[in-house]
Design a protein around this ligand. Structure first.
Ligand SMILES: Cc1cc2nc3c(=O)[nH]c(=O)nc-3n(C[C@H](O)[C@H](O)[C@H](O)COP(=O)(O)OP(=O)(O)OC[C@H]3O[C@@H](n4cnc5c(N)ncnc54)[C@H](O)[C@@H]3O)c2cc1C
Length: 242
């Protein structure tokens, strides 16, 4: 529910009270000018969470936006989010204003994406908005002794961001005009033993909707089964609040 009239947004908060968890900002950290890690603390014991799931915040009177925990612990009552502060809309602007001591309500968790623990190989594709998901999936992969390969399309100025969150990733440059052009080429160039191994993976595609479509198309052309490709668009050109 990205955008609602104010009175309906207020009503929604009342109606879905059991899914709204009061939290306080307990830590903030600017990892870079446009990358901010925020820790939310509160009583999350009544929530159930699976890695890959997402949460939602009301970012102003009428709008809600989704985010992906980079870390979530029900018992400790902690949820970390990595916000990309692109400044294009109210979600990004709200995240930039967050400071220690602010209070808000965390909605969820929910959503269709889940870590697929039965697979040995996990291929994660995304962009700046996917860093939280990548961090979370990496933790699961390490804990369950699986393997991951992370491919991120990032603006040139952000190509060092994976290191800032201790993520091993292959990085390609984002193109405004040609979504996923370099990512598709990168996938096409996977050959031999590398491709034999990774084509068996489960694929998590997030970030820009148009890039996801392009990468998914190429994976299918290369013989990856559609059921092994999980997609979750995080934003789309010209579209507000997915
Ligand atoms: C399930 C889900 C999980 C998400 N998890 C995260 C997360 O963990 N961290 C995070 O930072 N974001 C995450 N996002 C994306 C986040 O919700 C977007 O930043 C949000 O949609 C943009 O909100 P906004 O109000 O700032 O801009 P909007 O009002 O939604 O959009 C305004 C304009 O900005 C453009 N735009 C939006 N996002 C981007 C972008 N990333 N790059 C370039 N242009 C953009 C839109 O195309 C539109 O033209 C997630 C989104 C979804 C759906």
């Amino acid at each position: 529910m990205p955008s609602l009239p104010k009175w309906i947004a207020n009503g929604t908060e009342v109606l879905f009270r059991s899914m709204m968890h009061p939290v306080e900002v307990s830590q903030i950290e600017y990892l870079d000018d446009e990358l901010k890690r925020v820790r939310f603390a509160g009583d999350l014991r009544s929530t159930s969470y699976a890695p890959g799931q997402v949460i939602e915040f009301r970012v102003n009177d009428t709008e809600f936006r989704h985010y992906t925990p980079a870390y979530y612990d029900q018992e400790e009552g902690i949820c970390d989010v990595l916000f990309f502060l692109h400044d294009y809309g109210p979600g990004s602007q709200w995240a930039d204003t967050l400071k220690s001591g602010d209070t808000t309500k965390l909605m969820g968790p929910g959503g269709k994406m889940r870590f697929q623990s039965e697979h040995q190989h996990h291929f994660i594709f995304g962009d700046e908005s996917s860093l939280g998901l990548c961090t979370m999936l990496k933790s699961e992969v390490n804990e369950q002794q699986r393997e991951y390969l992370c491919l991120l399309e990032l603006d040139e100025a952000h190509q060092h961001w994976p290191e800032l969150v201790n993520l091993q990733a292959d990085v390609v440059t984002k193109s405004d005009q040609h979504p996923a052009r370099e990512a598709v080429r990168w996938i096409q160039e996977m050959q031999g033993r590398l491709w034999d191994t990774w084509q068996q993976a489960v694929f998590y595609l997030t970030g820009r909707a148009q890039s996801i479509q392009a990468v998914r198309r190429r994976l299918i052309e290369r013989g990856v089964g559609a059921k092994k490709i999980i997609t979750f668009p995080y934003w789309a050109d010209g579209k507000k609040g997915l």
